[in-house]
Design a protein around this ligand. Structure first.
Ligand code: HAM
Length: 415
């Protein structure tokens, strides 16, 4: 029986892979330009890393992780996100020793056992940015700017930045109490999960997808009404920096993000055309995560962009780049020469293709056209006799004769 790809996973085939590379290359260029350095962390981590950082009561840890016991009996997890791993690496390698400030980025696959839908996969890819060691609100605005700048450079329009402040443990304590009191009043109408969350982690009731619970939550107290002075000032400063940069945003007081580690600023970029999974990128501050995972007291902030969602709304297909040159050689001896010439040209950076089957000129021209070659070099017996090959410009529809010994230089010149 035919073996198919696992549900929620997908193959990325050519020419789609070119769009992926374009997104990845642009990300590297832009992020390096903002002073970020690449970090690569493993896909498999100890399960505890995620339960301790993302939180036991979250959907990710409670319902979606790909966890299993490995052959040594350790419970390991295929990373559902990258922040926890990057924080672990930052602590483990004492990256803070010389200077706590580190701007890092990472690109790669994540795994969550969610119900597959448009824009929601079980293996998906994120571009992840994490900045450590800066508590100044200016960095919150800068990190959001990086995200927005990247989206516009790759050609995304029509998105909205939503922001909120989730406060710090100090202001969250009275907030949690008031939320718990509110939820207790509605307990009989809440789903079983939310009843449990009311006790263990009331903030997570905002994540519930059940309509009845969402209706109740739309009247729940909001965290921004409970911010302490420091958090209020921090959030006001972040907004003023965004205003300075003329970055439009919406306040979304009910956005709590689905992960427990956030403090103060949280943000999401939502885009049209994505349906229910409309968050293209999201992130926030996590000022206590480094300490909670055993490191020093160093703040952090970051975001992740979902690449599949980005591709769904990327407006124009970047033209698949065909070869610059297709060599149509006629006859076996000439085909051999074409073979080594194409090797030399490719090494010199001239994208060159040949036909291996020794087909007719007409068939080779059709192939060159199909691959979108800019030029076709025709070498047959006549050309060999006169010492001049024909170079046809497929775009202009013109052709010229080129002395065979100067083909290499000529094509390198036109590269
Ligand atoms: P997150 O909101 O869980 O945050 O995911 C970030 C983005 O990843 C989402 O906005 C979405 O675009 C994409 N994404 C998430 N789940 C899926 C899925 N099942 N299929 C397709 N795309 C998906 C985080 O992961 C945090 N680590 C972000 C962060 C970095 N916060 C601070 N630093």
């Amino acid at each position: 029986m035919e073996i198919k790809v696992i549900k929620g996973f997908k193959d990325i085939l050519p020419p789609e892979t070119k769009r992926w590379r374009m997104l990845e290359e642009s990300a590297r260029e832009i992020l390096e330009g903002f002073g970020c350095s690449e970090i690569r962390v493993p896909i498999l981590e100890k399960a505890e890393l995620f339960s301790r950082s993302i939180g036991e009561e979250t959907d990710i840890v409670g319902k979606e992780m790909y966890s299993f016991e490995d052959r040594s009996g350790d419970v390991v997890t295929m990373r559902p996100e990258a922040t926890a791993s990057i924080v672990r690496a930052y602590i483990e390698h004492k990256m803070y020793a010389a200077d706590p400030i580190a701007k890092l980025y990472s690109i790669g696959p994540m795994f969550r056992h969610e119900r597959p839908a448009k824009g929601r996969f079980r293996q998906f890819h994120q571009i992840n940015v994490e900045v450590f060691g800066i508590s100044h609100p200016m960095i919150d605005a800068e990190v959001m700017t990086i995200l927005m700048h990247y989206l516009s450079i790759v050609g995304i329009t029509g998105y909205t930045l939503q922001i909120n402040s989730l406060g710090c443990p100090r202001c969250r304590l009275p907030y949690k109490e008031s939320l718990r009191a509110f939820l207790s009043d509605h307990l009989p109408r809440l789903c079983e999960d939310c009843r449990r969350r009311t006790e263990q982690n009331p903030l997570r009731t905002f994540d519930c997808k059940i309509q009845g619970c969402q209706d109740i939550m739309s009247k729940a107290p909001i965290v921004s009404d409970y911010l302490c002075t420091e958090c209020t000032e921090h959030f006001a400063a972040v907004r003023s920096y965004l205003d300075d940069l003329e970055i439009a945003y919406e306040l979304n007081p009910r956005m709590v993000r689905g992960l427990d580690y956030y403090t103060k600023t949280a943000f999401e970029v939502v885009a049209g055309g994505l349906g229910a999974q409309n968050t293209v990128g999201a992130g926030g501050r996590y000022d206590h995560l480094v300490a909670e995972l055993g490191g020093p007291d160093i703040p952090g902030i970051g975001f992740a962009i979902g690449m599949e969602r980005l591709l769904l709304i990327l407006p124009h297909e970047p033209l698949p780049r065909g070869p610059l040159l297709f060599i149509a050689a006629l006859g076996e001896g000439l085909q051999r020469e074409a073979f080594s010439l194409s090797y030399k040209l490719n090494r010199a950076g001239v994208r060159t293709m040949i036909d291996y089957e020794g087909r007719s000129l007409k068939a080779q021209m059709r192939r060159a056209d199909k691959f979108g070659a800019r030029y076709v070099l025709i070498i047959g017996e006549d050309e060999q006799r006169t010492g001049k090959a024909i170079l046809r410009d497929m775009q202009e529809g013109k052709q010229e004769e080129i002395p065979i010994p100067s083909i290499f230089e000529e094509m390198v010149r036109r590269r």
